[in-house]
Design a binder for this molecule. Structure first.
Ligand code: PMP
Length: 413
């Protein structure tokens, strides 16, 4: 077994650095992102929705403009359906804690459906909110590649089901879930229910926004959360929640604070998006996300390149003896793999980093339950994830490196 080198993150300067950890965060960022953030801090600097001076108005306009842009991007009914949060995690917390609770719309005795592929950003707030509400959480199991089946999801919906929360794309295997089909079936069920009993279909689009076209109406989701820093190539520290108008009056603010409006009131505003946006907004991140959206190539163009990289990655890895590969070729170049007991994923990642200059992630990727279905519960997987800007040469390099490590293990066992 190759012994893991002492981790020295200073890869020799002469070695090309290959970043294949886009599922953690994209890097490098989209064109213009850093410049736009610096420009905002240099030339504007003020807070949005606070004050009527020229700089505050400029800041407010930046927020308004990005809100409208994102609303159009996901085909939301209006810009008011988009609220800003400090990331996808806080957007998910806002919708879960805003609707699930003892005195909330989704309360005592409700049934909540989620899946085994979900990220802790969905699962953890869900479990806490459901416990407080005395609601029942049920999990749909994935197959050994992280795929969910439509009939298994729909088959678990009962009269008490009020929330179905699923991710669009798995951050562990890159698997795309059949969200539109599930959305259609949920819409049909909702037609026979009265308004107070409808199911909220929530989609975690952390791993898809900016990679895969998202049309809220086609997907049939009624809430969707996503960050700026992954597929959009934007900065960390900002994310969005889309919430459909029928839920605007029902959601309760999960955080309280100043919103810049109606400051004499002790209560949060009742209107969207302000009711979910207490506190000073991350304006440099708003500027950076705007630049990322402006420089984004048409998704149809990048989709072809990303799908080709995915094919190359999966075919290459599947041709290597002695490793197990999870996921299938799809729209994103993501794969998880396992070298077996001889080389835990953490050690494999350390070797790739120190000896090959290739940066990938190991472990459970904040989505622990999927590993029970992959058979990688104890140590997780080694995850290779490319994104916008990843080249075929970089994919070839990681395949060659994995093959070399696998051959070394085989020769020693
Ligand atoms: N869901 C999924 C599927 C993710 O991959 C991530 C981030 N890794 C999140 C939610 C949370 O996103 P963030 O850390 O940007 O808040």
């Amino acid at each position: 077994m190759p012994s893991p080198p002492a981790v020295d993150s200073t890869v020799p300067e002469s070695k090309h650095r290959i970043y294949l950890d886009h599922a953690a965060t994209s890097w490098p960022k989209a064109d213009g992102v850093t410049d736009a953030m610096v420009e905002f801090m240099t030339n504007v600097g003020a807070s949005a929705s606070r004050g009527n001076h020229a700089s505050a108005m400029k800041a407010s306009e930046r927020v308004r403009s990005l809100r409208s842009k994102l609303a159009r991007f996901v085909n939301a009914e209006s810009a008011d359906c988009v609220s800003f949060h400090s990331g996808c995690t806080s957007a998910l917390n806002a919708v879960v804690h805003g609707l699930v609770g003892p005195s909330h719309d989704i309360g005592r005795g409700s049934h909540i459906l989620t899946s085994s592929v979900e990220h802790n950003a969905v699962l953890r707030p869900m479990l806490v909110a459901a416990k407080a509400a005395d609601a029942r959480v049920e999990e749909v199991a994935s197959d050994a590649n992280g795929s969910l089946q439509v009939n298994e999801v729909i088959g678990k919906i009962d009269d008490a089901t009020r929330l179905v929360a699923l991710s669009h794309v798995s951050n562990v295997t890159g698997t795309v879930q059949p969200i539109a089909e599930i959305g259609e079936a949920i819409a049909e069920i909702n037609q026979s229910r009265n308004a107070s009993n409808r199911i909220l279909f929530l989609c975690d689009a952390a791993q898809s926004l900016g990679y895969v076209p998202i049309d809220i109406q086609t997907l049939g989701v009624r809430a969707l959360a996503a960050p700026a820093h992954k597929g959009c190539g934007g900065p960390p520290g900002i994310g969005m929640l889309y919430l459909s108008p029928e839920w605007h009056d029902r959601i309760q603010p999960w955080m309280q604070g100043g919103t810049g409006h109606d400051g004499r009131s002790d209560a949060m505003p009742q209107t969207m998006p302000g009711k979910l946006e207490p506190g000073t907004m991350n304006l440099p991140a708003i500027a950076g996300w705007t630049a990322a959206m402006n420089s984004m190539a048409a998704l149809e163009d990048s989709a072809t390149e990303l799908a080709a990289l995915s094919q190359q990655l999966h075919v290459g890895l599947n041709g290597i003896d002695g490793i197990q590969v999870f996921g299938r070729p799809g729209p994103l170049p993501i794969a998880s793999l396992d070298f077996g007991p001889e080389l835990p994923p953490d050690d494999a990642a350390a070797i790739l980093d120190a000896e090959f200059g290739i940066e990938v992630r190991s472990g459970h990727h904040c989505a622990a339950r999927i590993h029970r279905h992959l058979g990688t519960d104890s140590a997780g997987t080694l995850r290779i994830s490319g994104g916008h800007g990843t080249t075929p040469e970089e994919i070839d390099a990681v395949i060659a490196a994995v093959a070399e490590i696998a051959a070394q293990i085989t020769s020693l066992t």
